[in-house]
Design a protein around this ligand. Structure first.
Ligand code: NDP
Length: 354
């Protein structure tokens, strides 16, 4: 039978590219999307074979929607081989409270989920927390076949490893001791550390939580269930919808900056293949790992234990584009390195989704 993967936020960018890559490898891809019409159109335009995918509605910024998704999924699928927590929103710096220049900087200030939580936290992290918890049952059923994986997207800006330029650009992630979360993360509280709203920081904080979620899932469930939990920084996919609300000048310069300065640039198609490999390839099967893409061919590969060696000729794309550096669970740094904080986040999150 075909293997089944659920990918959240598969209507654009990395999620769509990974959906296409996995569908082409014979997976059944369930595209869990908030806008199913957009997702359907995107899948068709990407040339995906309707035999290999199904769009299902799932808005991660609503607990009820996540629960409904899981129910619907179970009516059609007996088990789940892989879950990819990919969906995310990013409201750039312009969205500071009080900064509002019509036309140039749309919006301004925080936005809210169905339950009234700050949106980056709710969609990027909390919805995934609930989804992972609910789908554990379904993943467990595939674990005896040795295929069960849960991959949660991280990012260099979550600063899990103090050595990369992308993780040093302010505003830095700072979840603190979850002072804001302890107060419920509802208005007027907008930030996990209880500080003033900053859209870019809210995104980074939410991604720290995503890495913490992966670690906690590993700690709590890997041994008992056999499910492999990993996280991935795919490189900077500078042209995705993630930056859709940034200033036009930023959108134009951002790809060039990452091509030349950080050398972290990666195309959507390429990043999709990387994510697909972390889902499907045996070499990415160590639970608790954080796979961080580094460098273009020839510039990366230094340090750490490489999950895939630079001399592996099986993967053309890999040879062409660079390498992953693997951080084992104990090497994951920054705030996500603090086990006590990971546990605290889990406990506070349980209360919010109860
Ligand atoms: P995109 O904006 O292209 O894709 C994000 C996806 O998430 C879209 O499909 C979007 O849906 C979906 N989404 C947003 N909110 C919700 C919600 N409430 N419920 C369901 N789906 C939702 O961004 P990317 O492809 O760049 O980002 C994908 C992942 O990669 C993210 O986790 C991001 O943090 C990570 N990443 C990206 C990097 C980059 O350089 N781009 C670098 C490092 C990590 P819709 O189409 O309806 O808007």
């Amino acid at each position: 039978p075909k293997k089944t993967v659920v990918i959240t936020g598969a209507s654009s960018g990395l999620g769509l590219a990974a959906a296409k890559a996995l569908a082409e490898q014979g997976w059944q891809v369930v595209m869990a999307c908030r806008d199913f019409q957009k997702a359907e159109k995107a899948a068709k335009e990407a040339g995906m074979d309707p035999e290999n995918y199904q769009v299902m509605h799932c808005d991660l910024a609503s607990k009820q929607s996540v629960r409904n998704f899981v129910q619907t999924f179970r009516t059609q699928y007996q088990s789940l081989d892989a879950l990819v927590c990919n969906a995310a929103v990013y409201f750039p710096n312009a969205h500071k409270e009080g900064v509002f220049l019509p036309g140039l900087f749309p919006g301004g200030g925080p936005r809210w989920s169905a339950e009234g939580h700050e949106m980056s936290f709710a969609a990027n992290y909390l919805g995934h927390f609930l989804l992972c918890n609910l789908l554990l049952e379904d993943l467990k059923k595939s674990a005896p076949r040795g295929t069960a994986r849960c991959v949660i997207l991280g990012t260099v800006t979550a600063t899990v490893n103090g050595s990369e330029l992308g993780g040093m650009i302010p505003p830095l992630a700072h979840v603190g001791n979850f002072e804001g979360l302890e107060q419920g993360m509802k208005a007027p509280v907008t930030m996990l550390d209880g500080g003033a709203f900053d859209g870019a920081k809210a995104y980074k904080d939410s991604k720290v939580c995503d890495v913490m979620l992966m670690k906690e899932l590993h700690r709590r469930f890997h041994k008992e269930t056999g499910i492999v939990f990993t996280s991935l920084y795919p490189g900077c996919i500078a042209e995705t919808g993630l930056f859709r609300e940034h200033y036009p000048v930023f959108q134009n310069l951002f790809p060039a900056f990452h091509k030349t300065v950080t050398k972290a640039y990666v195309s959507q198609e390429e990043a999709g293949k990387r994510l697909a490999a972390v889902v499907a390839d045996d070499r990415y099967g160590t639970s608790g790992s954080y796979y961080s893409w580094e460098g273009e061919a020839g510039t990366g590969g230094g340090g750490g234990q490489d999950a895939v060696s630079n001399t592996d000729k099986d993967f053309d794309w890999f040879m062409n584009y660079g390498s992953f550096r693997t951080l084992s669970i104990d090497e994951i740094g920054g705030e996500a390195g603090d086990d006590q904080r990971c546990s605290k986040l889990w406990e506070l999150s349980e209360k919010l989704v109860a």
